[in-house]
Design a protein around this ligand. Structure first.
Ligand code: ARG
Length: 457
């Protein structure tokens, strides 16, 4: 057992307590950040004259060597230490002697871990942002290729009005664009450095917190030492934003699963992103989409876990906060995998334009347009709605559609219908005439695509 404390103890820690308390099994992934933070701290101690130049140099070189050796495999992280911070300090001291023992001057593991986690999360925020950008590029490509691919739009999962695949995917473009904005917001709010807060009350050493903040690319030091060591808001914000990303991916997955079903056959998922059945030879299952949908629950769980950990904690640091790591790491890892797999799957999906168009023609998706047509002929909308309702019922009985019904039969219901009705309810008209900004008509969509291309530049 190797720990940083023990002076005031007369007994060995119970083995189970030691294992229960230790975090090295999961916080070892903060090694790089721990070293980055320690380098900045040592450089600042040197600049302030708290360490000699010689000591500062030794510490800095020692830390760099540890990072290099762990990377190359020459040094293996020894999990008998309590946490990554203890491990780094112990190896440093073993390698460079007395100077190593001075590194922790004016610092506590409380501000140290607060810093490490922020440095690590900062990278995760940027990584998720980049991955979302990649996903948006794929969505944009499919949109550009499908401005005229008609499909039914649904409400209540019932066919509602026709639109295009480009328009449908545009909805997801908007969602993931907002997800990226959330990443940017979180970054701006979290980018302040907690190092120098000490255990909770700062320190009497003349630390230069502006300097360490600047060295590590923060916008400045945090302004309250108690908050600095006990704030996990930035993690909660990130986990919330990740939950929303997953919610979006899950809805999209759900649609892909439906579209991929035998009943719809709107799409075909590539073999590389499908799996088979051990018993039913005909099966090709959308497992990736299903797993993304399933893993959404897990990321929500991580958010709820941390919210619950934090809700009853008095200021300042409490060991409960160590629980932030596994929840956060699990969410980061899950979301990254999900975006990568989902992007690959989407990029290789084959869209069955014929099936989509055929489906858009059926199901009376042009009924609203038939009513609008009557309004154009001077019929009040409420009355037009009722006439077309009767027309739909008639078509259902005759097993036909509005656009296939002869004019003479339409006249049984209303004599306001004329020859131009067929053009008014054609699939092409129904989609192309919807030209308000945000609507599926080609001209409207092209303007939006222009904005999207610019945005992704
Ligand atoms: N492993 C701890 C954590 O993740 C590091 C901070 C320990 N601080 C303490 N006062 N015991 O929170």
């Amino acid at each position: 057992m190797a720990q940083l404390w023990g002076g005031r103890f007369t007994k060995e820690t119970d083995k189970l307590v030691y294992a229960f308390n230790a975090s090295i099994g999961f916080d070892k992934r903060l090694l790089k950040q721990d070293i980055e933070g320690s380098m900045a701290h040592a450089a600042m101690l040197g600049k302030q004259g708290i360490l000699t130049d010689q000591e500062t140099k030794k510490i800095s070189e020692g830390l760099k060597a540890i990072e290099k050796d762990v990377e190359s495999g020459a040094l293996v992280i020894d999990e008998s230490y309590e946490d990554v911070h203890s491990f780094v300090e112990a190896v440093l001291t073993e390698r460079i002697g007395e100077a190593g023992k001075k590194l922790h001057t004016g610092r506590s593991r409380n501000d140290q871990v607060a810093l490490d986690m922020r440095l690590y999360t900062r990278i995760q925020v940027l990584t998720v942002d980049e991955l979302l950008k990649g996903l948006l590029e794929v969505i944009l490509r499919i949109m550009e290729e499908n401005l005229d691919t008609c499909m039914p739009g649904f409400t209540h999962l019932q066919k509602a009005q026709p639109l295009t695949l480009a328009h449908h995917l545009g909805a997801y473009f908007e969602m993931f664009k907002r997800d990226r904005l959330r990443m940017h917001d979180i970054y701006v709010r979290m980018n302040y450095c907690p190092l120098g807060a000490g255990a909770l009350a700062g320190t009497t050493y003349p630390l230069n917190r502006d300097y360490t903040a600047e060295l590590m690319g923060f916008d400045g030091p945090t302004l309250n030492s108690m908050d600095s060591v006990s704030d996990r808001d930035y993690l909660l914000e990130f986990l919330s934003a990740l939950s929303i990303v997953m919610m979006h991916l899950s809805r999209f997955s759900e649609e892909i699963i439906i579209w991929n079903s035998d009943e719809y056959k709107f799409i075909e998922i590539d073999d590389a992103y499908s799996t088979g059945s051990s018993i039913m030879p005909q099966k090709k299952n959308p497992d990736i989409a299903e797993l993304v949908r399933g893993k959404t629950g897990r990321v929500y769980g991580d958010l709820i876990a941390l919210l619950t950990v934090m809700k009853g904690l008095p200021l300042a640091y409490n060991k409960d906060m160590q629980e932030d790591k596994e929840a956060a790491f699990d969410a980061f890892d899950t979301v990254k995998d999900c975006i990568i797999l989902f992007t690959g799957m989407l990029d290789t999906i084959k869209f069955r334009k014929d099936r989509m168009a055929e489906s858009a023609m059926k199901g009376f998706t042009n009924a609203t347009d038939a009513a609008d047509y009557l309004v154009g002929k001077g019929v009040p909308f409420r009355e037009a709605h009722s006439i077309v309702g009767k027309l739909v019922l008639y078509c259902i009985e005759k097993n036909t559609s509005i656009d296939a019904l002869p004019l003479a039969e339409m006249h049984k219901i209303s004599n306001k219908f004329e020859d131009d009705i067929y053009d008014a309810v054609s699939l092409k008209t129904c989609v192309e005439k919807r030209l308000t900004i945000g609507a599926p008509g080609r001209e409207a969509m092209e303007k939006v695509l222009e904005v999207y291309r610019d945005y992704l530049k």
